[in-house]
Ligand binder design. Structure first.
Ligand SMILES: NC(=O)c1ccc[n+]([C@@H]2O[C@H](COP(=O)([O-])OP(=O)(O)OC[C@H]3O[C@@H](n4cnc5c(N)ncnc54)[C@H](OP(=O)(O)O)[C@@H]3O)[C@@H](O)[C@H]2O)c1
Length: 391
């Protein structure tokens, strides 16, 4: 029986993870679940999966959950606050931590899982984007296992040799990082300025949380994934080619120096990478429908459009700059996306806010977690001021 903690259990990845686990109740035991404010959803999950701990990072929500569970005489310890996320990610009886909190809020708990040598299933890409080297060092130092949940990185991982050390050692020429291009792939720049949050969140292939959906629409998601791939596979943007593939059937590819290209294909359903990472190196049924090649639509490939999607350029520049630049980029993006979702900022102003924040905030070496968090917070303030001056 493997003990598992799901950080961000009430989100899209969290729910998909519980769906996979529910098929293997003799193999996985849910030790702890976390949410931020969705009390009812976490309450239902608690009743069904009976974890030892439930964490609500929002204190008032934790009180509500506690009251509901004690009313039903359910014996689950409810913890409150963001420090409790680190506590559950570090518990001795935990083997696997699904890091599925959205944004910088997941950084410390994801790091805690790495520091305690867990198998870390990394969905929370923002944590790695922010802390890059520091995070990878903790994984190595503490013999943690880092398995990517992002379907693209999971596909790359599956297309690589088992004992991967570096692109050169593995005979890899390039990583081909695919992306659907999001809901606005074919919209002109002039049409983009008036798009609404609901339009931006209507992804053609994937059903996801609202923040990552907007990131997909601006293609910042692909930019964050470029940075994530640099850290996960110890490489640089010169060895990663973004390939727009609107059907989301090929989840990414690896091009070898002998001309071979290995790819991972599957339905656009996150339960596949989740099941892969949970059971690796074994395979388990994820509940996902099999691909039917005789009824598949045509597979298309395009070059990314850096003019319509400036977030791609900003992310590439940030990883080339290094230090805390990716953390500044990520913080400005989180603030700009939240403001767009609140209908305060225009869609096309998201990259402008990020670029101006990067211009105003100096990056520095990302040596300690405190430095990274300080630059993240300063970038948030700057981005908020920039937004205020625009609206
Ligand atoms: N969805 C996908 O298909 C997909 C694919 C690849 C990678 N990812 C990555 O996976 C992560 C999660 O994405 P998602 O789509 O599952 O997001 P989501 O549906 O918005 O869920 C986010 C989860 O994080 C919790 N949360 C939100 N703010 C928090 C805070 N301040 N402190 C602690 N917990 C907080 C939420 O709790 P409440 O429900 O209580 O608010 C929820 O459980 C993101 O980093 C995303 O980039 C997602």
């Amino acid at each position: 029986m493997k003990g598992i903690v799901i950080l961000g259990a009430t989100g899209s990845i969290g729910v998909n993870t519980l769906d996979v686990i529910s098929r293997y109740q003799n193999d996985y035991r849910v030790v702890a679940l976390s949410a931020h404010r969705q009390v009812d959803r976490l309450y239902q999950q608690c009743l069904r999966f009976k974890p030892e701990y439930a964490v609500m990072s929002d204190a008032a929500s934790a009180e509500q959950l506690k009251a509901k569970l004690s009313h039903d005489a359910v014996d689950i310890e409810v913890l409150a606050g963001s420090e409790a996320l680190e506590t559950i990610a570090s518990l001795e009886q935990v083997d696997i931590v699904m890091a599925a909190i959205v944004g910088a809020a997941g950084l410390k708990s994801t790091l805690a899982a790495a520091r305690h040598g867990k198998r870390v299933l990394l969905a929370n890409k923002e944590a790695l984007v922010m802390s890059g080297q520091l995070f990878m060092d903790e994984v190595k130092k503490n013999n943690a296992e880092l398995l990517p949940i992002d379907s693209e990185h999971n596909a790359i991982f599956q297309s690589m040799p088992e004992h991967y050390e570096s692109l050169q050692q593995a005979g890899i020429a390039k990583i081909l990082l695919t992306g659907s291009g999001g809901p606005f792939r074919q919209r002109s720049l002039s049409e983009l300025s008036g798009v609404t949050p609901d339009q931006a969140c209507a992804h053609p292939n994937w059903s996801m949380g609202r923040k990552i959906s907007v990131d997909s629409a601006t293609m910042m998601n692909k930019g964050l994934e470029l940075i994530e791939a640099c850290w996960l596979f110890d490489t640089d943007p010169d060895h990663i080619q973004i390939v727009v593939h609107p059907q989301s059937i090929i989840h990414s590819m690896v091009q070898y120096i002998d001309g071979s290209v290995l790819a991972q294909l599957g339905q656009p359903d996150m339960r596949t990478p989740i099941a892969h990472a949970l059971a690796w190196p074994e395979r388990i049924d994820s509940g996902v429908e099999m691909l039917d090649f005789f009824n598949m639509q045509q597979l298309e490939f395009e070059k990314p459009d850096y003019q319509r999607f400036p977030c791609l350029r900003l992310a590439e520049e940030a990883i080339r700059t290094g230090g805390t630049a990716p953390a500044i980029l990520n913080a400005a993006n989180e603030v700009a996306v939240a403001s767009f979702l609140d209908e305060e900022l225009a869609f096309t102003d998201i990259p402008l806010v990020i670029e101006e924040t990067l211009h105003q905030r100096q990056s520095r070496a990302a040596t300690t977690l405190d430095d990274i968090i300080a630059d993240d917070m300063a970038a948030r303030e700057t981005a908020e001021q920039i937004i205020k001056s625009r609206v």
